[in-house]
Design a protein around this ligand. Structure first.
Ligand code: SF4
Length: 230
């Protein structure tokens, strides 16, 4: 397993204040600085290979993942990159110790933004290191079709992730520290977003529009009889 330390994340407190609709820029600047001082973003990942695809499941380095969407997405794909990325434990401790509810909320939101940036840098690292033009990612638990319980298999595949970057799984498959993300990156001709298959109406993290035709194509969605088609 390889560990990639993520450096050079820039946090612009003015932009953050704007995005969070906070007028007190001094407060956001102070909180942004405190986040900057405690984060230790790192990703643990493996260069893995698809052994076989069968019956809506995919075997990667001997570990079987069950998901029709993953099965479809890895059609013709040989090499994949299972990963876990975290901002580290100290930020969690700082958020937990903060009594002021507004500050707690803002620290949490700033943490989410840093996580997003860190993920972008990790993606870039994979692209340049492995000469990949386009890559996509699937995250266990982001779709009903790839439930969160499959995190256990991912963590088995990435055994040693706790000792290398300090991320563990709870009984209910949530990651500790919370500001962590896991999944599998894979090369793709067209960028795939789980959001394209997710009909949830209100989600601030949506990265792509729900695509009913695509969801039908993957066989994970039933046409809504009340929805009119153009
Ligand atoms: S729309 Fe939101 S809930 Fe649905 S997959 Fe995208 S980020 Fe997740």
């Amino acid at each position: 397993m390889e560990v990639f330390s993520i450096t050079g994340i820039e946090l612009d407190s003015v932009c953050i204040a704007k995005r969070l609709h906070v007028v007190d820029k001094g407060l956001v600047r102070r909180l942004t600085e405190s986040v900057k001082a405690v984060i230790a973003p790192a990703a643990a990942f493996r260069i893995s290979y698809v052994d076989e695809r069968l019956d809506d499941s995919v075997v990667i380095d001997g570990m079987r993942f069950t998901s029709r969407v993953l099965y479809d997405n890895l059609d013709g794909v040989g090499r994949v990159f299972p990963f876990v990325l975290t901002l580290g434990k100290t930020l969690e401790d700082v958020i937990a110790a903060t009594r002021d509810m507004l500050e707690k909320y803002l620290l949490d939101e700033i943490g989410n933004m840093v996580l997003y940036e860190a993920r972008g840098r990790f993606e870039q690292h994979l692209r340049t290191t492995f000469a990949l033009e386009k890559i996509s990612c699937m995250v266990p638990g982001s779709l009903e079709n790839w439930p969160i319980e499959q995190q256990r298999i991912l963590f088995n595949l990435l055994s040693g992730v706790e000792s290398s970057i300090g991320v563990s799984l709870t009984e209910s498959c949530l990651m500790i520290p919370r500001k962590s993300i896991s999944g599998i990156y894979f090369p793709s001709e067209i960028t795939f977003f789980s959001c394209q298959l997710c009909p949830r109406e209100r989600c601030e993290s949506r990265k792509a529009r729900f695509d009913e035709a695509k969801a039908l194509e993957y066989g994970i969605h039933q046409r809504n009889p009340l929805r009119t088609t153009a």
